[in-house]
Ligand binder design. Structure first.
Ligand SMILES: [Zn+2]
Ligand SMILES: [Zn+2]
Length: 336
């Protein structure tokens, strides 16, 4: 059977185009909106031979010429969203709209001067990750470079500027924690939110501590949820999985999930001081591939740093520059 290449959400004026990506997610949602200003593509997906082919099939089925695409809008810098932007720009001459902060982050991760391949293993090592995991990181990280090249020329977007897509004005909302400078877009007349990975149904978006980037990503993520939760949303179009109609409820559940996770880690630390990797192994297990282990470790560290920021835990290092352990600062509270 021929795979379904797109789905039209006529009421919202949005075409959903699922594009292939690596497991476990397997698909990222790209969206297309048509208006008199031309066609906008939101988050075209990672660049691989397969995704280039998928886009050509979509254009053929929809009878679109590449030159009909006048805007490419990127929610955040992750390869599964930003990857094809530069390649599509070379085919279409479209403008690529993105927040300056998100572009900066793409440079930090995959630009020519990137030091993330050394900095990330060094950070994880200080938090107790064993060598057999650390050794897999540089090759794993290098694997993304071909998915994001070439970089596009961007037109920076700020929260003060609205953006025209599908003949309607959308308000950008910038949030962090999953990715710095992440943009969601809200359309007031139909109460539609295009939310990238800031809010996902079923999945809890990964909270990423990245060296030399946001210093407290969990706080920044929760602050983003608080702001996004103020919008009255009928339908949300997420970066993964299907569009959904319980956006405000989902925002509440994600906020609650992270508070519960903070409590769980705090309880583990009340038993004994632990490294980030020990906590990560207890909470997420170790039967993970390197990709998921990197996400699990980044997320664990984001939570532990939030406990420190809130005065619920302290960090101590054995020697200067040595292994770091976290210790609980507050007495255990037991319900008797
Ligand atoms: Zn993402
Ligand atoms: Zn994603």
């Amino acid at each position: 059977m021929k795979p379904v290449r797109f789905q039209s959400w006529a009421e919202a004026g949005v075409i959903q185009v699922p594009i292939s990506m690596a497991p476990p997610l397997k698909k990222v949602n790209s969206y297309m909106l048509r208006g008199s200003e031309g066609i906008t593509v939101i988050d075209p997906g990672p660049r691989t031979e397969e995704t280039e082919k998928e886009w050509k099939e979509v254009w053929r089925e929809l009878r679109i010429q590449p030159a009909d695409i006048t805007s490419i809008v990127i929610t955040h810098h992750h390869p599964d969203h930003f990857g094809l932007a530069g390649y599509l720009q070379s085919l279409t001459q479209a403008r690529v709209y993105m927040s300056e902060r998100a572009y900066e982050e793409a440079e930090r991760m995959w630009g020519s001067g990137s030091v993330v391949n050394e900095a990330l293993p060094a950070l994880f090592q200080r938090h107790g990750m064993p060598a057999d995991w650390l050794n897999q990181l540089p090759q794993h990280m290098r694997g993304f470079i071909s998915q994001v090249k070439p970089f596009p020329e961007i037109t920076p977007v700020t929260e003060d500027s609205s953006i025209l897509m599908g003949g309607r004005r959308w308000e950008p909302i910038i949030s962090g924690g999953h990715a710095p400078g992440h943009m969601s877009f809200y359309e007031r007349s139909k109460k539609i939110m295009i939310c990238g990975d800031a809010v996902l149904p079923q999945i809890s978006p990964n909270i990423s501590l990245v060296p030399d980037s946001e210093s407290d990503p969990l706080q920044s993520f929760i602050e983003g949820l608080r702001r996004l939760g103020r919008y009255d949303v009928n339908t949300a179009f997420p970066g993964h999985r299907s569009p959904f109609d319980y956006f405000n409820e989902r925002v509440r559940l994600l906020t609650q999930h992270h508070e519960q996770r903070l409590q769980r880690m705090e309880q583990l630390l009340q038993e004994e001081p632990l490294t980030g990797f020990q906590i990560c192994s207890t909470v997420f297990g170790t039967k993970l591939g390197i990709h998921q282990m990197r996400f699990a470790m980044s997320e664990t560290l984001a939570h532990l740093l939030e406990l420190v920021r809130q005065g619920r835990a302290a960090m101590e290092e054995k020697d200067t520059g040595g292994e770091i352990r976290f210790r609980a600062l507050q007495q255990s509270y037991k319900i008797l």
